[in-house]
Design a protein around this ligand. Structure first.
Ligand SMILES: [Zn+2]
Length: 109
């Protein structure tokens, strides 16, 4: 990928990706919160299934349901956050800096 400054057409351009990182972090936090509620729901579902198999089944069902729910929630949230951050990055924030003339600009859409 070769970036060029739109003002002086220099190829010496530095890129920043703050928004993408922030987006991924926000997504991970949101995903974690969603994962916790999914974990609670998964734990309940697992426990309900486990009732059939007795006390050991309740414990195993709750634990595996909670782990699966939590994992799925945080992974999904992180991916969504990274996507959000990337579109912010591309369309909103000027994150490319020309090292020759100091001009800040966005990627062409
Ligand atoms: Zn320039």
């Amino acid at each position: 990928m070769s970036l060029q400054c739109p003002r002086c057409h220099s190829p010496k351009v530095a890129s920043f990706h703050h928004a993408m990182k922030a987006g991924a972090a926000i997504g991970a936090v949101g995903g974690l919160a969603r994962g916790i509620s999914a974990a609670l729901a998964g734990g309940k579902a697992g426990a309900a299934l486990g009732v059939i198999a007795g006390p050991v089944g309740i414990t195993l069902g709750s634990v595996s349901g909670a782990i699966l729910g939590g994992l799925a929630g945080s992974v999904g949230g992180c991916a969504i956050g990274a996507q959000l951050g990337e579109s912010l990055d591309r369309h909103v924030l000027a994150h490319n800096l020309c090292l020759l003339c100091g001009h800040r600009f966005n990627l062409p859409a």
